[in-house]
Structure formats: structure tokens, C-alpha cells
Design a protein around this ligand. Structure first.
Ligand SMILES: [Zn+2]
Ligand SMILES: [Zn+2]
Length: 254
């Protein structure tokens, strides 16, 4: 049976939605339409820098118009493009929690593949992604949890898009506390200098940094700084969900 459940095996095990378990009307998709429609913030237009919701929601669908909020125009973030599938709430939060678990690796990859269907890359410069890079877990945590959800997402996403997955060069130099337990200022300190690059030096390359949740942006800030130092000229960020509580511009270092 193929990954998507198509093939001879479907006669015995008809494909079911990975969200609700209902039989799928359209084969080849991991989730049924009602489950997809329940993803919070799926079609919201956001700031291309920090994900702040755009006040004027006149466009439809997932297309982005490259809008930047006043804060991002004032102080551009160290990446060039940020895309989020939705908001960290409801259905999407449940899925994210499910892929974090010990046996969540397969589900993270399913989410990554599903996500690939929704990511528009409207800017010509991003048509070329040289490396899909998951935000790394420290090896002790990866061992403890059995996997890194960001890796599964990146594998699923890159697999569908035909982009090269680079899961080793970016790594955590030390274990860090869970960001969700900390205040914005503590988060900055927690991840400061916590990433390093052990791959070859890049030139005119574009990285796609992948993670499941984005809240203050402190982790992305550190990862981007490390990737820029490694020579990446462009950085795009794909996060499954934007933290629901974040209403202000991400905290900047320095
Ligand atoms: Zn469903
Ligand atoms: Zn912004």
C-alpha cells in the first residue's frame, strides 16, 4: 500500500482521514475536507515577515501578496519570507500535539506532505530552495522523544516539493528549556548561541527553515543568524502554526 493509502491495499483497508477517521471521499489526501476546513486561520492573510494578521482581508485563498506590517518595515527580520499554515488553536493544535508524541513521527510526515499542498511560493526568488532545514532538537531530547517533529514535517514537505532535506548541519549546541514555559525575555536568553552550523559554507543559497510552532520568533531569530553566518543569502520560514497569544511583533535581539 502506498503512503497515501492508494493501491491494492485500499480494497482491504479503505483510506480514512487521519484527523477524524471517516472514510475519505477523495483518495490521495490525508485529511477529509471538513477536517481541513476546521484548521483555524487557514486562509488568513498575514505579514510576510512576522505572521501578524493583515487588517485588510480582501484576498481569498492561501495566496500571499507580500504585505509587511509596519513593525517589519521599520525593523526587517533576519529572514525574507514567513509562511504559516494556520493558527495554533483547535484542530491544528491537536495535530501538532499528536506529532510531538513518542510515536508521532509518521504523523509529522503526513502533516508535512499535506502542508506542501498548501504552500504557495509566490516570489520568483523562492522557487529555488537549496536546503530544507528542520529546527533541530538537542540530541539528548531527540533520543528521549524518539524523533524531532520538525524533521518529519521537513521530510514530508521537501519530499512532495522535491527539495533537498538537510537535517544534520544545523544543530543545537546545548539542551534548552521548553520555550513555551518561558517569558519572551527568558526565551531570548534560553536560545542565545544555542545553534551552530557544521556543514560546508554556502553561497547564493536559499534555506527553508521548518518548525511546527512559532510564537515569539526567538528560536527562528537564532537559527536564521546561524544560517546567515553559514553563508545562506536567503531564508524562508515555514511554520505549521503561529502562536495564538502572540499579538505583538516578535522580540528582537540587541
Ligand atoms: Zn476528517
Ligand atoms: Zn510583521
Amino acid at each position: 500500500m502506498g503512503f497515501w493509502g492508494d493501491g491494492l491495499g485500499d480494497l482491504v483497508f479503505p483510506p480514512r482521514c487521519h484527523g477524524c477517521g471517516d472514510l475519505l471521499a477523495a483518495p490521495g489526501k490525508p485529511f477529509c475536507l471538513p477536517c481541513v476546513q476546521k484548521i483555524p486561520g487557514l486562509n488568513l492573510h498575514r505579514c510576510t515577515g512576522c505572521g501578524t494578521i493583515k487588517p485588510d482581508q480582501t484576498l481569498t485563498g492561501q495566496a500571499t501578496d507580500g504585505w509587511h506590517c509596519p513593525s517589519c518595515i521599520d525593523k526587517p527580520l533576519p529572514w525574507d519570507f514567513l509562511f504559516a499554515l494556520g493558527s495554533y488553536d483547535g484542530q491544528l493544535r491537536d495535530w501538532i500535539l499528536a506529532q510531538k508524541g513518542r510515536r508521532g513521527e509518521w504523523f509529522a510526515e503526513i502533516l508535512g506532505r499535506f502542508w506542501a499542498d498548501f504552500i504557495p511560493f509566490p516570489f520568483q526568488s523562492f522557487e529555488k530552495i537549496d536546503a530544507v532545514i528542520p529546527v533541530p532538537r538537542h540530541w539528548t531530547k531527540r533520543w528521549w522523544f524518539g524523533h524531532n517533529p520538525a524533521e518529519g514535517l521537513a521530510r514530508g514537505l521537501g519530499g512532495i516539493k522535491g527539495w533537498h532535506l538537510d537535517r544534520f548541519p544545523l544543530f543545537r549546541t546545548r539542551p534548552t528549556a521548553r520555550q513555551s514555559d518561558l517569558t519572551p525575555n527568558q526565551r531570548k536568553t534560553n536560545v542565545k548561541g544555542a545553534f551552530a552550523w557544521r556543514g560546508r559554507l554556502q553561497k547564493n543559497a536559499t534555506a527553508l527553515l521548518v518548525d511546527d510552532v512559532y510564537t515569539t520568533g526567538a528560536t527562528m531569530m537564532e537559527c536564521s543568524k546561524t544560517l546567515k553566518a553559514a553563508g545562506f543569502s536567503q531564508i524562508a520560514i515555514a511554520v505549521l502554526a503561529l502562536g495564538k497569544t502572540r499579538t505583538t511583533h516578535p522580540v528582537r535581539r540587541g
